[in-house]
Design a protein around this ligand. Structure first.
Ligand code: GLA
Length: 722
């Protein structure tokens, strides 16, 4: 898997090769990443870097300004965007890293305090740790590369160790990589806002720096911590696609700077904006992990690598491989207007349809009249709404044969709460300045372990007070006026990263204390849908927008990185609460089916026909979820470019193929559309209803959509018969 020969490191997965080399004077040069290469590289050629006029020679007779580098600290001859910046005790800000040695491990070590992908016993995974050093500053930098041979993924991370005098670290990317041949390439990213998360944006890479970032204190709905670089010709199912995904839930930056010679430096890591870390002698800084996925089979091929890796080696715990719950959530059904009987009535109706979990959303705790009124932070029971308590309600839900689930927003506090009264200093704020409210709440200061332990205690107490088997962990505001009374003044630049470390500590503790609870993460919908959160909670509420047509796009964009098994997807009432649009009931079911399926409405208000459609949808979901969640997903038509959106899922055993077809504007007698399928056995025969098709026919001629889509949506199951 990992080989070092003639000064070149080869990192091989089944289908890819990543290579870097130690050049004169200890420069670690990036040489290649792409389709598997079995032969050795020609060293004379790969180390022959073209001289550029005006570049300063800082390594023998060459310049780091044009050598493609594996990591690029600032201050030397390299004038491109740096991956690391520091100010040392002597006032200088030049870091000079030179190769020292390397180590190959037969495993993948954990990252201290941070989520990351992992290896299980028997996995073919190796880790290369390359040791770089700045002799003058007594600084050691360890570049780690883990190779998942069978999953075709490579992860990178960086650890910076100070063995010298105290200094200020002001930028520490998780990786950078210099690619030649950038002209004629595109950059893809997923951007949006509340309710319109992960819109796919594809733009040309031009000279200069192009980036996306979050400064919100969470990975955010504005940008997802993911970018892809691909050729102009790359499509969903053909061409080169290079993906970069950061396992982190806070501020990040990701981008590419293309120099005048067509070399692009791709980088990703914690956003240097609002970031600074003081490293004393003997202290280290661990950067979050970035996951690299290359495919020569286009963007779907790249996503398939992420789906499998994240589903099986990022998500953890009892629910990783289990069929999850089929939920009904009362939020859109009742908002704050509920009592015990109303919740039980919703559950009763749902239970008859095969729904197995009733989730009680916001409003169950004392002080919570509406979102303007207090209670966040205290987590005491609301005896007005639930006079018999959560225990009694959970018992009544359990008596219906259902699990009981509960909403929390533990990172927040309302100004009207016992907690804030007792500890006004426990919120993020800058002393002497007004702290702004958002949704009438403040963010708790998770840099303070006492605050973290309070949250663990308060949430834990509620979880033990009744039979709670599911938790929706919400977070509904971004950070502003960021400061901590707990940290000394020289460490105020550390607050936003330390907040995330505090959050990870809380999640690690609670998920280990309650291994039998299914945790779902949420941030006003998908405002913190990132790999960091998936490490602790295997699913996320994808978006507050439940309108079917919008959801097609949101889920499609989300699937660039995240598997459908990670996406909470519910059927809601119409006119839709976010948009006022009415879509067919069956379409709402069909759109939610591939995700973690559930309902977000009062089924007692549905017509008999809608109830029957719901019953059939639950049945179909239970029959097909294995294929949606564990199969291979191909995106065949994008809702961002056409009115038709098509997804294909091929089961792990390759015997079932599901086609999800959604049409924004169904047209009577429209032109025939043929959808070419992927991943079939070309010699096999597939059956759909009463018809049979050859695998090669479906892949080359395609499946003909009748009259476009009869009901605006269809979920079709092909079965391999021989
Ligand atoms: C957020 C969530 C919603 C709901 C509300 C409750 O907006 O995304 O699903 O839980 O909070 O206040």
């Amino acid at each position: 898997m990992i080989l070092f020969k003639n000064n070149i490191f080869y990192l091989n997965t089944n289908k890819t090769t990543y290579a870097m080399g130690v050049f004169n004077d200890g420069i670690l040069a990036h040489l290649y990443w792409g389709k598997r290469i079995y032969n050795e590289f020609c060293a004379d050629e790969v180390f022959d870097f073209q001289h550029r006029h005006m570049a300063a020679f800082d390594c023998d007779c060459k310049s780091t300004d044009y050598i493609p580098l594996e990591y690029a600290p600032q201050g030397g001859a390299d004038l491109r965007i740096p991956s690391m910046e520091a100010t040392y005790s002597d006032g200088s800000n030049l870091t000079v890293l030179r190769y020292c040695d390397y180590e190959i491990l037969n495993s993948k070590p954990k990252l201290s305090g941070l989520p990351a992908t992992y290896a299980e016993e028997g996995d073919k995974v190796e880790t290369l740790v390359v040791h770089m050093r700045d002799e003058l500053q007594n600084l050691d930098v360890y570049l780690s590369y883990s190779v998942f041979e069978e999953l075709d993924a490579i992860t990178r991370s960086v650890r910076i160790v100070n063995n010298g005098e105290k200094f200020r670290l002001t930028k520490a990317m998780s990786f950078s990589m210099d690619f030649y041949g950038m002209p004629k390439s595109d950059l893809i990213h997923l951007d949006g806002c509340w309710g319109r998360e992960r819109t796919v944006t594809r733009r040309e890479i031009v000279h200069g720096n192009q980036n996306i970032e979050s400064r919100a204190g969470a990975s955010s709905a504005y940008h997802n911590p993911f970018i892809a670089v691909c050729d102009k010709e790359t499509t969903e199912n053909s061409g080169d696609a290079y993906g970069f995904s950061l396992v982190y839930s806070g501020n990040f930056v990701a981008g590419i700077e293309m120099d005048p010679y067509g070399c692009g430096r791709v980088y990703m890591g914690i956003n240097p904006c609002k970031f600074e870390f003081i490293l004393e002698n003997g202290e280290d800084f661990q950067c979050p992990e970035v996951v690299l996925a290359y495919s020569s089979n286009g963007l779907s091929g790249m996503s398939q690598i992420y789906h499998k890796l994240y589903r099986t080696r990022l998500c953890r715990g009892k629910f990783r491989d289990a069929d999850r719950f089929v939920l009904i959530n009362n939020w859109e059904a009742t908002y704050f207007n509920f009592d015990e009987d109303k919740i039980v009535k919703i559950a009763e109706k749902a239970a008859k349809l095969g729904v197995d979990t009733m989730v009680l959303d916001d409003g169950w705790f004392a002080g919570r009249v509406d979102e303007m009124a207090g209670g966040l932070g205290d987590w005491l029971e609301n005896k007005d709404r639930l006079p018999n308590g959560l225990k009694k309600l959970s018992e009544r839900i359990n008596a219906l044969g259902m699990h009981f689930g509960l909403w929390f927003e533990p990172e927040m506090v309302n100004p009207v709460s016992r907690l804030f009264e007792a500890h006004p200093e426990w919120i993020l704020h800058v002393k002497g300045r007004t702290q702004s409210l958002s949704r009438y709440q403040y963010t708790l200061d998770l840099t303070n372990k006492e605050v973290c332990d309070y949250i663990i205690g308060a949430v834990g107490r509620v979880l033990k007070s009744a039979n709670i088997e599911y938790v929706k962990w919400d977070m509904n505001r971004y950070m502003s006026e960021v400061g901590s009374e707990f940290l000394p003044k020289e460490k105020q630049g550390e607050v936003m990263h330390r907040y995330i470390l505090g959050l990870y500590y809380i999640l690690e503790t609670l998920t280990s204390q309650f291994p039998n609870i299914l945790f779902e993460s949420c941030s006003s919908g998908g405002g913190r849908f990132d790999p960091g959160m998936l490490y602790y909670m295997p699913q996320t509420w994808t978006s507050d927008t439940t309108d079917a047509l919008e959801r097609i796009k949101i889920q499609y964009g989300t699937s660039f990185v995240y598997p459908y098994s990670a996406m909470g997807a519910h059927v809601s009432a119409c006119p839709n609460h976010q948009l006022g649009r009415t879509t067919p009931f069956r379409m709402r079911c069909d759109v939610a089916l591939p995700g973690q399926f559930g309902f977000e409405l009062d089924l007692n208000k549905c017509t008999d026909e809608e109830i029957e459609t719901s019953r059939r949808a639950v049945e179909k979901y239970k029959e097909l979820r294995n294929v949606f969640h564990r199969g291979t997903c191909y995106r065949l038509r994008s809702p961002f470019s056409t009115d038709l959106s098509v997804l294909e899922f091929v089961s792990e055993d390759e015997n079932t193929v599901i086609l999800c077809v959604y049409s924004k504007i169904p047209t009577v007698l429209a032109a025939d559309e043929y959808i070419k399928l992927y991943g079939l056995d070309e010699k096999a025969t597939y059956k759909l209803g009463g018809k049979t098709y050859g695998g090669d026919y479906l892949m080359n001629k395609g499946y003909k959509l009748c009259n476009n889509v009869e009901y605006a949506s269809s979920v079709l199951g092909f079965i391999k018969i021989n």
